[in-house]
Design a protein around this ligand. Structure first.
Ligand SMILES: [Zn+2]
Length: 345
């Protein structure tokens, strides 16, 4: 900092040198050099009194700033881009912590989502993040929904003025992951991906329907894959997630992007299939849809459907978690209700 009065400039130099050697940095503000500058002000000719006074104040401010800097502990924080998406495969405790979390806990859905990712990681499937906004091509066209097809109506979601969608299912990522990982097939490796992410529906809300929820999509493609692999894969991961042997059952259904398509039910984990109110006394609980990936969907991604086959599924994560902990209303998850959240902390 420059000082126009020589006397102040000299005092500034002296005081800064003195500061460096001081143990109690704050004592510099009581230094006699500074005090004598202040004492002079009242004896100065009126025309320079104001500007001299301002410079003495400037010097005092500079010293205060130096004291503050030297007494604050230096914290070296790694540079992070807070807007960057995180790789979903990185466990939460390995991600940068943006806020102190000593008195908080993770949202139960995120805890369960990580468990799901971990089970699939052990089974050799990589997690891929979805998008919060997507286009008509990825939501419908690439998935074998021709324009004007009535099945499009089952995926009523929110749209932007530009005609983009808040994705109604994680299948919007299928075309992308098939394209991204199809080089695996040439190396005799399978395409083995899960997409655990947020989806949106324009729903009438009730205990089982929410406008925002999570799905876990699975996509597996290789030579000689058939529906038996699909059923075995889902049974293995459900048994691992619920920590008990699960029975499963499929029944024919219709999705444009799988052929054949199935609805998928698991044995009720509460009543050992004796019947209870959770399973409406049927012994089975509907969990989601699945099927063999339609050849059109494979071909759209440039995969030879005469050589390779694959399966896909989509389950609602809230539904899985509700079953696991006997939660009666899906709306608790988005409610930010601390009474609900603290039960899981
Ligand atoms: Zn039951």
């Amino acid at each position: 900092m420059d000082y126009q009065y020589e006397e102040i400039a000299a005092a500034a130099k002296q005081l800064k040198e003195k500061l460096a050697g001081l143990e109690d940095k704050r004592s510099i503000l009581r230094a006699p050099e500074l005090g004598s500058l202040y004492a002079q002000i009242k004896n100065l000719p009126a025309e320079i009194r104001a500007s001299f006074g301002q410079e003495v104040n400037k010097l005092k401010n500079e010293l205060e700033e130096l004291v503050r800097e030297s007494t604050q502990p230096k914290i070296e924080l790694p540079l992070i881009d807070v807007t960057a998406p995180f790789d979903v495969n990185v466990p939460t405790d390995k991600k940068p912590q943006l806020l102190p979390a000593e008195n908080s806990s993770r949202h139960p859905l995120m805890v369960e989502r990580d468990k799901i990712i971990e089970i699939f990681a052990r089974m050799g499937l990589t997690a891929v993040e979805s998008r919060q906004i997507d286009d008509d091509y990825h939501m419908f066209t690439a998935l074998n929904f021709p324009e004007g097809h009535p099945a499009r109506d089952d995926y009523d979601t929110f749209t932007t003025e530009e005609g983009l969608f808040a994705p109604a299912h994680t299948s919007t990522m299928q075309n992308r992951v098939l394209k991204k990982y199809k080089s695996n097939l040439e190396k005799d490796k399978a395409i083995a991906v899960i997409i655990p992410d947020r989806v949106f529906r324009n729903e009438d809300l009730d205990a089982r329907h929410e406008h925002t929820f999570y799905q876990v999509e699975g996509v597996y493609v290789d030579k000689g894959i058939h529906a038996g692999h699909l059923v075995a894969t889902i049974r293995a991961w459900l048994s691992s997630y619920y920590e008990k042997e699960m029975k499963i059952k499929t029944q024919p259904y219709y999705f444009p992007f799988t052929e054949p398509s199935f609805e998928f039910a698991a044995s009720c984990p509460f009543c050992e299939q004796k019947g209870c109110n959770v399973c409406s006394y049927s012994g089975w609980i509907e969990l989601g849809g699945c099927g063999m990936i339609h050849p059109h969907v494979l071909r759209e991604a440039g995969i030879d459907s005469s050589k390779y086959t694959g399966f896909a599924w989509g389950f609602g994560i809230e539904r899985l978690v509700m079953l696991k902990y006997n939660i009666e209303d899906i709306r608790h998850f988005e409610s930010a209700n601390l009474k609900f959240l603290r039960q899981f902390s």
